[in-house]
Design a protein around this ligand. Sequence first.
Ligand code: ATP
Ligand code: MG
Length: 311
Amino acid sequence: MTDIVTFGEVLAEFMALETNQSLGTAGRFAGPFPGGAPAIFIDQAAKLGSSAAMVSCVGDDAFGRMLVERLAADGVDTSAITVRPEATTASAFVTYYDDGARDFIFNIANGACAEISPRQFDTVIRGCKLFHIAGTSLFSGHMIDLARQTADRVKAGGGRVSFDPNVRKETLARSGAREALTDLLSRTDILLPSDSELNVLVDIDDDEKAVERALALGVSEIAWKNGKDGARYYDGHNVSHYPSFEVDEVDPTGAGDSFGATFCTLRTQGVAAEQAMRYANAAGATAVSRRGAMEGTSRRDELDAFIAARR
Ligand code: ATP
Ligand code: MG
């Protein structure tokens, strides 16, 4: 039995060493680092002591082996990560600009992780308490179908669904995208938007009205991430703001996933929302202070020490 399950991309990430370094010019890169939004989420969940499984595919290559070894070393059940010898493990290149902007080149939709089959979920979702959907993984009709079907299977078994939309206006311009995402929203228990993602998703500019709409669709908790401004929590009765912890930002990628995984994992472990939000902020702050998206995931004792040092 696995408490927490996710699916989607596991990828090898390369990061430009200089800020303002163009991805179209020869330059120095650090990597491969293990990455991929759902991979970071599940790594963080396992580090917090829950049984956690990743459903994905990798190629028969060094990136794939590095990813599986790393996830397994951190305690993730990798039995549902299948090796596809004919495909290549997904990868990503990222560069940062002084104004905080980022450029990415992704090789995900053509990578091994695009070939996940529904049967890969069969063993790990038995008794699953939380199924997490990362919006970054919804890059094809096949992946959207997998998300929807698995959400239904998990909910039928009494589990909950979390969803980090990671949506941009351009994503929603694709035909059928808004309907597909609204459909997933109506299956979501814990919603993890950042910035204006929820506004874009429900097409409502006012934050409180956008929250009302999500709750009306069946969402029961919203942990709304706002970078260094911290995060807000909504459950239909209470609205609370939780300030962030002050740290030096070294690499913002992965903060949202570490935050979301910490919140969802602690809630699944029965921790009160207020405490889960504080720990999630600590996990997000730790993530931005380390280079490499998955290098910033934390164990419970590390988060305890981080919070204690800032009291
Ligand atoms: P991602 O880039 O992974 O998609 P996101 O946009 O989903 O991130 P953010 O709002 O950037 O999510 O970050 C998630 C959480 O991490 C924030 O709510 C906050 O708790 C923490 N965090 C992010 N940036 C900082 C920062 N500069 N200082 C302190 N904490 C931060
Ligand atoms: Mg995000």
